[in-house]
Design a protein around this ligand. Sequence first.
Ligand SMILES: Cc1cc2nc3c(=O)[nH]c(=O)nc-3n(C[C@H](O)[C@H](O)[C@H](O)COP(=O)(O)OP(=O)(O)OC[C@H]3O[C@@H](n4cnc5c(N)ncnc54)[C@H](O)[C@@H]3O)c2cc1C
Length: 371
Amino acid sequence: MPAIAIIGAGIAGLTAAATLRKIGLKAAIYEQAQAFARIGAGIQMNPNAMKILRGLGLEARICSIGFAPERGYNREWDTGEITYLHPMGAQIEQRFGAPDISLHRAELHSALLSINPPDIIHFDKKLVGIDRNGSHLRLTFGDGGKVQADAVIGADGVHSTVLDILFGAAEPRFTGQVAYRAIYRSELLGATIDDRVKWWGPDRHIVSYKVDPRRHELYFIASTPEPDFKIESWSARGDLDQLRSAFTGFHRDARIILDACPEVRKWALVERDPLARWSEDRIVLIGDACHPMLPYMAQGAGSSMEDAVVLARCLEGADLEGFGDAFRRFERNRKERTSRIQLGARQNVWMRSAPDTAWLYEYDAWTVPLV
Ligand SMILES: Cc1cc2nc3c(=O)[nH]c(=O)nc-3n(C[C@H](O)[C@H](O)[C@H](O)COP(=O)(O)OP(=O)(O)OC[C@H]3O[C@@H](n4cnc5c(N)ncnc54)[C@H](O)[C@@H]3O)c2cc1C
């Protein structure tokens, strides 16, 4: 059996380990962190992502811990006027064959972790190099450790080392926008707000939604221009006064969300143009490593999970000599869709008015015909 090394135990890496096991391949995961941290961030699993979780046996678990909003409000930042009311709940499930669930990102991560044997994950293993000479790949880690592998899956996120090693790519581009994110108890609001809402400002916006079935916890992401933000601390603690002052002119119901927040973290929003290549011989990239996207279509995690399913389908039946071909086939099957999402998310207009959601949500990575 080939030795497959997955770099990164994020959403893409954990999903890939699980989909590979479904087709009889074993992989070891190497993760730079010493342990997993529970950072306050929400995540939406749209129907295309929920179909993947269903195939992994996780649908019921995700539905029981997440929240299924009945509708998504889109509102003008100052007047509160509704620009588009997105039908969700039973309507979206009926139309696309799977629900639309919002939850804590850490809960999604734990669910994916639970379907992998714990002993395949090696912590404190920061990949620093891959020696591609000879018949095996030789991986080197920050602690000086080395392992041999027949194939490498780079699932190491937006600042991917595997991408650097393969193609010498530059760092992703900072958009000049930052995202403040927090999850806190909804009772702190002291008021009732929409269960799911996006407030559309001219160059900044706030998205908020509940992340648990009893609506006890509220998540928000507020993005705003801060071109001078120093990216070295790209998930730093945020300054609440600075955040609130960036949204002073917003409608009262939008400001409530920021006013009630006890603490917040801050991310630089970075992106890349679609890449020309995602693989070379026996090394392939998946997830944010090859198609980082802005969060404005809520598809980063969903796309990463789709990659994992399609990659396993391309690898099914492949022998060691067939890895390169399977990786190229994977690229051919995924790039058009992920590029469309990357470029669409960049515009930040998704859901401001009624969008065409069919191409995005109908997709079922388990059954979509492969070219
Ligand atoms: C503000 C914001 C909101 C978002 N909202 C949504 C949403 O609602 N819905 C959605 O689907 N997506 C959303 N996303 C996107 C989503 O979080 C990412 O697209 C997704 O996590 C990508 O998964 P990944 O596994 O590729 O990368 P990651 O989850 O970043 O995982 C990469 C892993 O690799 C590890 N790693 C990195 N370098 C190395 C190395 N050299 N050696 C070993 N390990 C390494 C990291 O520690 C990490 O564990 C959002 C993103 C942001 C920033």
